[in-house]
Write a protein that binds this ligand. Sequence first.
Ligand code: SAH
Ligand code: SF4
Length: 348
Amino acid sequence: MNDSILNFRFDGLSEREIFDKPYRAGQIFKFIYENCIFDFNDMTNIPLNLRKSLSENFRILSIVESARRTSSDGVIKFLFELDDKNCVESVYLKDKNNRVTFCISSQCGCRMGCAFCKTGDMGLIRNLRADEILSQVLYLYKIMKGDASVVDKYFNIVFMGMGEPLDNLTNVETAISKLIDKKNLGISQTRITVSTCGIADKIEDLLKKFPNITLAVSLNSPEQSEREKMMPVSKKYPLNLLFQELKRLYGVYKNRITLEYVLIKGVNMRRQDVDLLSQIDKDIFHINLIPINVGGDDPRRPSEPEIKSFMDKLTAVGLKVTRRYRRGADINADCGQLFYEKFVEGVV
Ligand code: SAH
Ligand code: SF4
């Protein structure tokens, strides 16, 4: 299989003998990153013989769409096939103001085994390469360009699809460095959110390279024993050490941090949870509540009044709290529902 041209830096590419003129690499990059043309044969002002040798030597995207489902609220979930026939999912989200977010996968599966997450049930199949991560972004960018309702040319990227980004840090960092490169998509770091289950000793590496990135940490419980049950990773990175590190990093990088909190009835919505959460440093952290997404009627999903009451209690103790509304629920495109084996036409 040919190497994806997305793996090349502009400078490295322009030096390749394959090009007849020094400006060709720039033209190719423009076709790919600005015009979303993913077939060399469609690059009309490139000489035919060069298009042919480019096609023989490289490919552009390294994923192939194998299915898509559109939700009644406009969310589109894509299933992409990789070279080895494994699949990953990416989600195209549009808010009520038609602002777009791409939810991108960093791994095929995940080895963190969080009890509430379908991706965790898969175990880790493999890490995605940087070009596979970039391919998802470019593919969704093309969808956005073809979406007449979108006026804003900017979009956000969240690493909240399948996988734990910090468990595949090198490839995720390579992908991010290309995404922010002015010669590629030139996205602002602040538009990129990396969400982690709390692999405390890897966060600084990311912030050192991308100090303006948006960081989200999946907290899900403020109580060590409860969190260990929900998130086995918490045994290795206990809450006290995680918070110590997050505070230290705030001192250095000044990034405010979002704490993601999946609301599970009877588990992490108790008075004692409010009391523990009230001790969190309010200047650094903001809490984002995500009512658990589960298929069908599940007793773990809190009702609307229960969600509101918990949110009010957190606000009352001075915390900054937001709530994530369910999106793409009818196609299982919401958080924690990405699980490709279930993604078969007719089976939701
Ligand atoms: N591995 C990373 C990013 C992917 S998961 C992480 O854990 O942060 C993205 C978010 O989905 C996390 O905040 C996670 O807690 C949340 N999530 C997982 N399963 C969920 C579910 N069933 N319902 C709602 N949110 C869920
Ligand atoms: Fe992995 Fe995140 Fe799911 Fe946990 S919540 S299993 S870390 S993808």
